[in-house]
Design a protein around this ligand. Structure first.
Ligand SMILES: Cc1ncc(COP(=O)(O)O)c(C=O)c1O
Length: 400
């Protein structure tokens, strides 16, 4: 048995906040169908509208601009598939132009949908990024010159944490008449966000990244922005998303956001300090590493490190034996032997990319956790490097 369990995979998912758990337990009795006219139905409806208001206030939106969905992947699919929703009468996003502009470092729930749209004949531009993960602005200007219908750029990257300047990117898109979507699944609750100030049209978010339940999220849709229904059926969400309401999930999402609105500033500062201690500790103790991502414009709890000459999977398994739970990239990409598309896009070579670990910290982490990782990690890397034929070059040839 390991001495301690240290969960540092908060970008993959988060445990329920105790207050969210309490709200969910109480919510189990609110079983009425929120579309029913009777008292129990109206009670469920009330809870949903309460959560909608909390989310809208937190994001600086109007309640009617919030559509509840089944999570981040559904929200992303809903927006991207609007480019060609299949309806003969659809005029929501004009066709015949460069359809979509996105980046090479998006989550698979954007990249694979972009690929799907390409297969349907929509043209897509995948913007490169610089070594810190920031969008290449020259490439962006060129892509915008082709008058795309939609731009989709993530607010913060799930693997390396890099934060994009969404306000500027959205303004540039608007100037060219394009609609702007941001996948903010990793950003909500970690960065202050006001959708109206950012000038965006759509935003995706998922509750399980912020101590809420899994399988529920939101799509912000600016009032007046084009919209096509993705899940057809009943007329829930004003006909924008069919399906009996996930009342319990929505109650949990609302509670998670309510807590974030009170605790965010303090919690972000605390987690950032822990991450910085971990980063410095690794830099001080382990040679031949590369820190991935942007040095300052980065999520507070994310630290992505490449260790030369070792396989990320081996590090992960050795850490797991010590009770330390991390990831080699995004949870959605694990299981794949391909090096991370995000790291490759930032110019990290395939070998180094294979030796990368993502530490993502959150609300239950303490300084004792960080010290425990710093105690265990150096000897694991040393042991693996001793066994590795790939670890012979003393220096990386790249600045950390
Ligand atoms: C940036 C980003 N977008 C989208 C998603 C997908 O969200 P969900 O798990 O709610 O479908 C994730 C989850 O890993 C993510 O990190």
């Amino acid at each position: 048995m390991p001495e301690r369990i240290v969960y540092m995979d908060y970008n993959a998912t988060t445990p329920l906040h105790p207050e969210v758990k309490k709200a969910l337990v109480e919510g189990f009795d609110i079983f009425g169908n929120a579309s029913s006219m009777h008292t129990l139905g109206r009670k469920a409806h009330e809870e949903i509208e309460k959560a909608r208001k909390v989310v809208a206030d937190f994001l600086g939106a109007y309640p009617e601009e919030i559509v509840f969905t089944g999570g981040g992947s559904e929200s992303n699919n809903t927006v991207l598939q609007m480019i060609d929703c299949g309806s003969a009468t659809c005029r929501c996003m004009s066709k015949g132009r460069l359809g979509l502009v996105t980046t090479q470092i998006e989550h698979p729930s954007v990249l694979n949908v972009a690929q799907y749209m390409e297969n349907k004949g929509i043209s897509v531009a995948y913007l490169p990024v610089d070594p810190t993960g920031k969008v290449d602005m020259e490439a962006y200007k060129k892509a915008l010159a082709k008058s795309p219908a939609l731009v989709s750029i993530m607010m913060a990257n799930n693997e390396i944490g890099t934060i994009q300047d969404i306000r500027t990117l959205a303004r540039m898109a608007k100037e060219k008449g394009a609609l702007f979507h941001t996948d903010a699944v990793q950003a909500v609750g970690k960065l202050p966000i006001s959708v109206h100030e950012l000038g965006i049209d759509y935003l995706s978010f998922s509750a399980h990244k912020l101590y809420g339940p899994k399988g529920v999220g939101i799509l912000y849709v600016r009032k007046g922005a084009p919209y096509c229904t993705f899940i057809h059926g009943g007329h829930q969400e004003e006909g924008r998303r069919a399906g009996t309401y996930n009342t319990l999930g929505i109650i949990g999402l609302g509670k998670a956001i309510e807590i974030a609105s009170k605790e965010m500033d303090e919690e972000v500062a605390r987690v950032r300090a822990l991450r910085d201690t971990l980063k410095k500790g690794i830099q001080d103790r382990i040679p031949d590493i590369h820190i991935n991502g942007h040095p300052t414009d980065t999520l507070p709890g994310t630290l992505n490190v490449s260790f030369q000459g070792v396989e990320g999977e081996s590090i992960l398994l050795y850490l797991d034996m010590e009770g330390i739970e991390v990831s080699t990239g995004s949870a959605c990409a694990s299981g794949s032997l391909e090096p991370s598309h995000v790291l490759l896009a930032t110019g990290v070579g395939p070998e180094l990319a294979h030796g990368s670990i993502r530490f993502s910290l959150g609300r239950e982490n303490t300084i004792e956790d960080v010290n425990y990782v710093l105690e265990k990690l150096p000897s694991i890397i040393q042991r693996l490097r001793k066994m590795s034929s790939a670890y012979s070059v003393p220096s990386l040839g790249r600045s950390a």
